[in-house]
Design a protein around this ligand. Structure first.
Ligand SMILES: Cc1cc2nc3c(=O)[nH]c(=O)nc-3n(C[C@H](O)[C@H](O)[C@H](O)COP(=O)(O)O)c2cc1C
Length: 150
């Protein structure tokens, strides 16, 4: 059974809503053949990453970058996973008050190094999230999960 790992930093209700929507999309009945695992960024391990087949990462924009928690996750898994996870699908969601560019650029740069393959545009939200944002998160979860069945 293919496994999707969602690694997230969720310090607020807004990010919790985005995470729930991602998990709902990935966990929909039509994708029951995909196992969905989720881990807070500070609790995700090298083993979690190696044993998954695809990834979604979620973070707030903090000081023009991804959260320190998500950066810690990447610092932890980067070299142990460098040669073993190449080509696996991934997706990203980011929320900020007004500017998420630095967080997106940083996450993409690291993941380019890991060789993961983007299968969806990142979901980028600012300010109060809308129904459109919630749908985009749901879609992100669905698309990355579905890619594991290809
Ligand atoms: C220390 C800190 C730094 C932040 N830096 C940024 C930033 O650079 N850009 C931005 O758009 N939002 C920034 N924010 C806002 C967070 O991204 C935002 O609080 C988070 O996405 C959760 O949104 P919410 O507070 O509306 O629930 C920052 C928040 C904190 C606490």
């Amino acid at each position: 059974m293919p496994r999707l790992l969602v690694v997230h930093h969720t310090p607020s209700p807004t990010l919790d809503t985005m995470l729930r929507c991602v998990l709902d999309g990935a966990g929909q009945a039509e994708l029951a053949e995909v196992e969905v695992q989720h881990r807070p960024a500070l609790g995700a391990t090298v083993t979690d990453v190696l044993e998954a087949d695809g990834y979604i990462v979620g973070t707030p924009a903090n000081l023009g970058y991804m959260s320190g928690a998500l950066k810690h996750f990447f610092d932890t898994i980067y070299y142990p996973c460098l040669t073993s996870t190449i080509g696996r699908p991934w997706g990203l969601y980011v929320h900020g008050n007004d500017d998420v560019d630095g967080a997106v650029t940083a996450a993409r740069k690291i993941v380019t190094g890991l060789g993961w393959k983007a299968v969806s545009e990142p979901v980028l939200c600012t300010g109060e999230i809308t129904s459109h944002d919630r749908e985009a998160c749901w879609e992100l979860g669905a698309v990355v999960a579905a890619s594991l069945l290809d």
